[in-house]
Each structure stands twice: as C-alpha cells, then as structure tokens.
Design a protein. Structure first.
Length: 174
C-alpha cells in the first residue's frame, strides 16, 4: 500500500500533533497509516471501522490486539455513530475517515476541541458550517499539505492560531 497514495492526511495529523499533542483519540474509519500512527503516539485510541469487516480483520492482523490502549471495533455505518452517541467520553481529537463521514463529523462536535475530516477539503456540504457548542465556535480550516485536502475544525486557540499562521492552511470564512 503506497503511503503517497493513501496517507495524504498523515502530514496533517503530524502537524496537529506538533501544535498540541493529543492523548485520547477517536477515529471513525481505521486506516493503515492513521491508525498505526495513533497507536504509536496516543495514550488511548478508540478506532471504529465502519465500512468493511474484511478491512477490520486485516487491520487487526496488522496492528495486533496486544495494545492495551487500543480499543478497536467493527460497527458498520450508522451503528458506529449510534455507539458513539451512546457513550459520554470526551476526546482530545477526533479523526473522521470512514463511511458516512458527514454523520460522523456532526456527531463529533462538542466531544473534542479539534476534529479533522479527510477527503472533504472543498466540498459544498461544509460551506457556511460554523458550529457553536457550549458558547465556543469551531473555526474551520482546509489544510492543503497534500491532496486530497483535510478539513480541520477547532475551538482550541493554540490550534487556531497555529493554523491561521500556516501558509498551507486556508481559514474558511463565514
């Protein structure tokens, strides 16, 4: 599997981690590169594969089940969102890169200060999306470190300031 072809989001994840390390991560849609990266840097990760059981089995073989900080589940499509909505955990970071991305993204607001959705850089669905949760407005950026783009939403001022000054990031205006 080519990192150049399938890991275009990895530079974004690494950039965000340099800005503010995240310990507790939730990932909608496991990936050969993102899941391995999270397992290597995070204190706890919940990864919800929500598209293919074959991919879940492959990733289980690839990463293994011996990581005590890695909670890996196969919950197809809406079941992953329903499970997520049934728990009250908060996360430092949520990464959306699986099936039903928009539903996963919408469920994530208010559950993490920073959220990223992959392959959704300039989509029309997110135009005008400025969500306020608990009195804080999420600021959105398209991060163009690689194609396809990744969109990052954050209420964390350190993340917002760092992305605002990064020439590879475009703040989405109201």
């Amino acid at each position: 599997m080519s990192e150049a072809k399938y890991a275009s989001h990895l530079p974004v994840l690494k950039l965000l981690y340099q800005i503010k390390p995240y310990d507790h991560v939730l990932e909608f849609g496991s990936g050969m590169f993102s899941t391995k990266y999270f397992v290597s840097i995070c204190r706890s990760i919940v990864s919800l594969e929500n598209e293919r059981v074959e991919w879940f089995n492959k990733m289980t073989e690839e990463i293994g089940t011996f990581h005590t900080h890695f909670n890996y589940k196969f919950l197809p499509y809406q079941e992953s969102v329903d499970w997520f909505n049934s728990i009250t955990d908060k996360f430092d970071f949520i990464f959306v890169d699986g099936g039903i991305r928009e539903q996963c993204l919408n469920a994530s607001f208010g559950r993490a200060p920073t959220i990223a959705i992959h392959d959704r850089g300039m989509r029309s669905w997110r135009k005008g999306l400025f969500l306020t949760v608990g009195g804080k407005e999420y600021t959105a950026f398209v991060v163009g470190l690689a194609m396809p783009n990744t969109t990052v939403f954050s209420v964390d001022l350190d993340v917002i300031d760092a992305l605002s000054s990064n020439t590879n990031c475009v703040r989405i205006k109201r």
